[in-house]
Ligand binder design. Structure first.
Ligand code: ADE
Length: 226
């Protein structure tokens, strides 16, 4: 799949996309991430991409033109399945949305900044608005990085053991079971006996019970969605 990220801070996004699991996926040829500097599409001599809001409220608003020019250029080169805007007032980003987006061919993520973007871009160009949580970030770059990571890591072949992505917390609306590694005893703290038993069916059953118990205790709201 291909992800195009549009940002005023490419230098913030680039290292993450190179170094993380997203970088590994790109090296394996399983994903492509392209970062575009919105200022390259400014027609202003100072490369400005924002202006004062009509109506006189505080803060700056990202203008229509650079965003439209950038997205129009990308759309002239290929079709996009989704044009996403990162916004605190978007739909909450969840595992099912990550799963859904990981099946797409090409997506654009536009990172918001300042007070927001001109509403006309949201009305006419953006197909989906996504928030990564109920708090306000300075810009959408961290949200784009979070989304790219969650989307790319579940593309088959990206993480070594494909099974492990399926067992993640939130797949199935359940938190993951606790995990242990060697040694079997550390400072007298023991790994649950069942995990050392070699009895596959009992282990899977224990994991499921642990997942259900953890979800009931920590995130009962998830069980309501089941
Ligand atoms: N931009 C600012 N805050 C954000 C949030 N919570 N999610 C996505 N984009 C944002």
């Amino acid at each position: 799949m291909r992800i195009d990220i549009i940002t005023v801070l490419p230098e913030l996004v680039e290292p993450f996309m190179k170094e993380s699991i997203v970088g590994r996926a790109q090296k394996k040829g399983l994903a492509e991430v392209h970062i575009h500097n919105l200022r390259d599409y400014s027609t202003n001599r100072w490369r400005r991409v924002d202006d004062y809001p009509f109506g006189g409220s505080a803060g700056m608003v990202m203008q229509c033109e650079p965003i439209d020019l950038c997205i129009s250029k990308l759309k002239s080169e290929r079709d996009y399945d989704e044009i996403i805007f990162t916004a605190p007032d978007g739909e909450p980003f969840t595992q099912p949305i990550a799963n859904e987006l990981s099946l797409k061919g090409n997506i654009i993520i536009l990172c918001g900044h300042y007070k927001g973007i001109d509403q006309r871009i949201r009305d006419h160009i953006i197909t989906r608005e996504i928030s990564i949580g109920d708090y306000v970030l300075t810009g959408g770059e961290l949200a784009a990085a979070v989304m790219a990571d969650a989307i790319v890591r579940i593309i088959p072949g990206v993480i070594g053991d494909e099974q492990s992505a399926l067992n993640d917390s939130f797949q199935d609306n359940l938190l993951g079971a606790p995990v242990y590694t060697r040694p079997a005893e550390y400072k007298g703290w023991k790994v649950p006996e069942v995990l050392l038993s070699g009895h596959e069916a009992k282990i899977r059953d224990w994991e499921l019970q642990q997942s259900i118990e953890r979800t009931k205790r920590l995130r009962p709201d998830l069980l309501k969605n089941k």
